[in-house]
Design a protein around this ligand. Structure first.
Ligand code: LRH
Ligand code: MN
Length: 439
């Protein structure tokens, strides 16, 4: 196999250093200036930069290729052919943005008979594995492990044989995840109904809990089980795990290491997601996140492109909890996006930085001052205290954190200058455009 990571300039330190050299002086001046601004607020910029440097968000393997909708998918040149290509592309993202040290895999899309080889392949490229994802929302023709259809559901199907098949698949995902060094399984199912009367809400929920308990019973020590709620799609009348309430009830019924994962796009427009985050933290049931952005439905747009203030307000709750709950507070941070019209690598580079930006801004909130305005019922100044942090341009901190990790000051510029996309396009045969589907 042609090891693109050995030949591609994008992985060559001197190439990256040469690109950085043109920007380093301006960055140093901007960083110095921001340092002075923050010093006036009693904040040491180095503390923020150090925290940002430690911050990572996992890259979703399924977003390394072009995404699509039910109407169409337009593959770009150099589409990843298999999980090893996806790892190469995720390695580019981590090499340039230094913020995505782990990959979240999806089975059977990333199925491999030799997970230890995959683990070594990724480790050689500086990558580990975050939560693995099961898939009982599609049928897998020709896959002997899934002979029965999930058309009418999976973990909640009325046929115990289909539920058993879905449970077995989740146990297989754990098996693969263990070999890969992952420590969590994310379960999202599309089970639900398109017609009133089609499904008994209570019985379906009971079947869900029974099935998840069967998976939980086999959870290895130190592992967690993440339940992902979603308002609708593919079901368009009712979804078994439709909202955080259903997810929380299920997680509380299943067990201590079963928690609720928040995908930002899985809520109705204008839902106060930061409030949901605060409630799940209160219940000690916050698993983590699938970061993305949306305007209407589960649009899976790049994080921070539509509503960066919402992303900031979510991180404001997370930093508050981090400071109140201490080191034990460790939600899983992952991206979950569908790159329909951009180069996925560029979208992952910018999205990782957008999530880091929201974290850095949230670290700038003066929480003592905020608490005083809250206690003294001064809503305007409380809001202003958050806004001051949000409008602070933390770009010099993000870029300096990257530079200090020998990554790129301007990741997209280095990526484009590297010619990586053209190089993999020569290596990987083009995929025909056409049919719909998210991957
Ligand atoms: C469902 C979802 C889930 C994944 C899938 C790719 O909408 O967010 O997290 O399994 O996207
Ligand atoms: Mn998701």
């Amino acid at each position: 196999m042609n090891d693109i990571t050995k030949s591609a300039p994008v992985f060559d330190q001197s190439f990256i250093a040469a690109q950085n050299a043109r920007l380093a002086d301006d960055l140093a001046r901007d960083y110095e200036h921001l340092g002075a601004v923050l010093r006036r607020r009693g904040i040491d910029i180095e503390t923020i930069t150090a925290a940002v440097s430690k911050f990572g968000v996992a890259a979703p393997s399924w977003a390394a290729g072009s995404g699509g909708t039910r109407f169409a998918r337009f593959p770009m040149a150099g589409e990843p052919r298999h999980v090893f290509d996806k790892i190469d592309d995720c390695a580019v993202v981590n090499r340039l943005a230094a913020a995505t040290p782990a990959v979240s895999l999806h089975f059977p899309w990333d199925e491999t008979e030799d997970p230890l080889a995959l683990r070594a392949y990724a480790a050689n490229r500086g990558l580990g594995f975050d939560a693995v994802n099961s898939n009982t929302f599609q049928d897998h023709p020709g896959n002997a492990r899934h002979p029965l259809s999930y058309k009418y559901g999976s973990l909640t199907h009325t046929d115990p044989a289909v539920r058993a098949q879905a449970v077995a698949h989740n146990l297989r995902c754990i098996e693969l995840g263990e070999a890969l060094g992952s420590k969590a399984l994310t379960v999202w199912i599309g089970d639900g109904a398109n017609f009133p009367g089609q499904q008994h809400f209570g019985k379906a929920f009971e079947r869900y809990i029974e099935s998840v308990q069967a998976v939980y019973a086999k959870l290895p020590a130190g592992w967690q089980l993440f339940l992902e709620h979603k308002m609708y799609e593919p079901a368009f009348y009712a979804t078994v795990i439709q909202d955080w309430g259903s997810s929380l009830l299920a997680a509380q019924a299943v067990g201590k290491n079963c928690k609720c994962l928040v995908d930002l796009g899985h809520h109705a427009p204008n839902v106060n997601i930061e409030m949901i985050v605060s409630r799940l933290i209160h219940a000690d049931k916050l698993a983590g996140f699938h970061f993305n952005d949306s305007k209407y439905g589960d649009d899976d747009l790049d994080a921070g492109v539509i509503d960066p203030y919402r992303l900031f307000l979510i991180f404001n709750e997370l930093v508050d909890a981090e400071q109140r709950n201490g080191a034990g507070f460790n939600p899983a941070y992952m991206l979950d996006q569908s790159h329909n019209v951009t180069d996925p690598i560029e979208s992952l580079l910018t999205s990782a930085a957008e999530v880091q930006r929201a974290y850095a801004q949230a670290l700038l909130v003066d929480r003592e001052v905020l608490a005083a305005y809250q206690t003294n019922n001064d809503p305007l100044m409380a809001s202003q205290t958050l806004k001051q942090a949000f409008v602070t341009d933390v770009q010099p901190i993000l870029a300096t954190a990257r530079l200090r990790k020998a990554a790129a000051i301007d990741p997209v510029a280095v990526y484009r200058a590297s010619g990586y996309r053209a190089a993999v396009a020569r290596l990987r045969p083009a995929k025909p455009s056409g049919g719909g589907g998210i991957v």
